[in-house]
Design a protein. Structure first.
Length: 256
């Protein structure tokens, strides 16, 4: 077994978490699921697949992942979400890192390939996000922030892996809207507390620029009509975050 601890935060993911666990359980030392109160079979399904499940009440993305790190017994950690899957290519690449002993870098970025249910396969050009997910816990770790759950590397070089993490973030477009609704509310709370107050220009320009960013700069155009749908959803996501921030600031001024 590769001396890696995989930890996954989850809630009501019984239908999707088997994919992420099965992709790694045969070659990593341990798989831990941090459940925040699932009402479905997430716990039973995860345990049946060999994962250790620990309950932790939800306090935000960053705190949940910091708690997950504390449960791991290995120095090397691999963080995955319950809607992700390590591709066979990435799995082989990670195992190769450890074949000769300690990897050369402190942490490694992994390209995330987004996939929607209506897409048969994703295009590698759309893997625009490359977060650090594989790292040494003594030299890197997640920030304790409610929304932005990113890894901070405190010491040593960062390497870059080529194999993909397949990210099936949304079960449907309706699920996308539901998820954006909850996530944007949390973001609006943070932005409003920092004094952000979006005005006319932001509300007019940000959605248009977001569509351009997703469709052109993030190369969704390679996915044809699907790329147009995805880009509009991203623009909506950016707009509703600003609209909720504006609403929150006005309520704060009214003492509500």
């Amino acid at each position: 077994m590769t001396p890696i601890s995989v930890f996954i935060i989850a809630k009501n993911e019984a239908d999707r978490i088997p994919v992420v666990i099965r992709a790694v359980r045969d070659w990593v030392d341990e798989v831990i699921v941090i459940d925040s109160g699932s009402s479905d079979d997430t716990v039973a399904v995860s345990e049946s697949l060999g994962a250790r499940v620990v309950f932790n009440a939800w306090r935000g993305y960053g705190p949940q992942k910091v708690f997950g790190e504390s449960l791991c017994r290995n120095r090397w950690l691999l963080n995955l979400d319950a809607d992700e899957e390590v591709s066979p290519q990435l799995g082989a690449e990670i195992r190769a890192l450890f074949e000769q002993g300690e990897p050369a870098c402190t942490a490694y970025t992994l390209p995330i390939l987004p996939l929607y249910p209506f897409q048969q396969s994703g295009h590698p050009w759309t893997a625009f996000h490359h977060p650090v997910r594989l790292y040494r816990r003594d030299k890197a770790g997640f920030k304790d922030e409610l929304v932005h759950d990113s890894v901070v590397v405190h010491e040593g070089p960062v390497g870059h892996l080529k194999g993909m993490v397949l990210h099936r973030s949304f079960r449907s477009l309706a699920h996308h809207v539901d998820k954006v609704n909850g996530y944007s509310s949390a973001q609006a709370e943070v932005l409003a507390a920092r004094g952000r107050d979006p005005g006319l220009l932001a509300l007019l320009l940000v959605p248009a620029l977001a569509f351009f960013k997703q469709y052109v700069l993030r190369r969704e155009f390679v996915n044809g009509v699907d790329g147009i749908v995805v880009s509009h959803m991203y623009a909506f996501q950016r707009f509703i975050r600003l609209a909720k921030t504006r609403e929150k600031r006005r309520l704060m001024r009214q003492g509500k």
